[in-house]
Write a protein that binds this ligand. Structure first.
Ligand SMILES: [Mn+2]
Length: 262
């Protein structure tokens, strides 16, 4: 999917963040976590040209036709404020916030993308995706992705009363987290599937402007390395890394939120 050419907005800075997992049941103090996210959003407001959210921003979200889940009030407010002030906000859905339909884009004034975003930013080519479903992934994960994205399955899910589904979704997310990340000291996940995908894409890409940056989330680890002549960036998360990316039109840098212990 190609998104055409975007030009820098008044020399402003473009920000990239992923895996905030707002609302996750494993946060000791979910309100404090949301507050930190909102503080960061306000801190970038004066300089931000664009903001890219690379998925798993919410730990669970499902838009029903007439109602939406509770929570996230401050976060949505801060995001809407950014969008209203003229910041272009793009939200690439992840595997936790798959079910954003028409409500959030229209209510917040943001763009929602499902899949890979291939776009020019300030004369550089960026290919961005959440990162699940990228590269060689286990068959079980592939099947889950297909079910979660299937329209019929979504309709059936929407027909079940949320009193059952919401609790199960949060419990399942916490269970997955325990399984894949034993804690803050757990080894970061290797990003082999991303590297492989970038290599294949780079060797097949014959367009006049090669890709400068591949940016992903999902892996909850910070990566910034050169792969097949392009920069492979994995943004980290807001569970242990408190990290985000910043592009000033020349350089891409990963920062950590000030005051975070890591
Ligand atoms: Mn993810």
């Amino acid at each position: 999917m190609s998104e055409g050419i975007a030009t820098p907005i008044n020399n402003k800075i473009d920000y990239f963040v992923s895996d905030l997992h707002l609302g996750a049941s494993y946060f000791m103090d979910p309100r404090e976590h949301e507050k930190r996210v909102c503080e960061w959003l306000r801190s970038i407001a004066p300089t931000a040209g664009r903001l890219y959210l690379l998925g798993d921003v919410l730990d669970y979200w499902f838009e029903y036709r007439y109602v939406v889940p509770r929570g996230f009030v401050r976060f949505f407010g801060a995001l809407a404020e950014l969008a209203d002030s003229g910041v272009e906000v793009t939200w690439i859905i992840g595997n936790h916030d798959i079910w954003i339909f028409d409500y959030l884009p229209s209510e917040l004034g943001i763009k929602v993308v499902d899949g890979v975003l291939d776009t020019m930013i300030g004369g550089r080519r960026f290919v961005m995706a959440h990162g699940d479903g990228i590269g060689r992934i286990p068959a079980k994960e592939r099947l889950m992705r297909a079910v979660f994205r299937n329209r019929l399955c979504q309709r059936l899910f929407a027909a079940v009363h949320p009193r059952w589904t919401v609790g199960i979704a949060y419990a399942w997310s916490a269970h997955n987290r325990r399984k894949h990340h034993a804690g803050p000291t757990a080894m970061p996940l290797p990003v082999g599937p991303l590297e492989q995908w970038v290599k294949v894409r780079q060797s097949a890409d014959s367009s006049s402007h090669p890709v400068d940056f591949y940016v992903f989330g999902h892996y909850h680890t910070v990566v910034d390395r050169v792969v097949s002549g392009a920069r492979l960036i994995v943004l980290g998360d807001w569970i242990t890394n408190m990290s985000f990316g910043e592009f000033d039109g020349r350089e891409f840098r990963i920062h950590r939120v000030q005051g975070s212990e890591k």
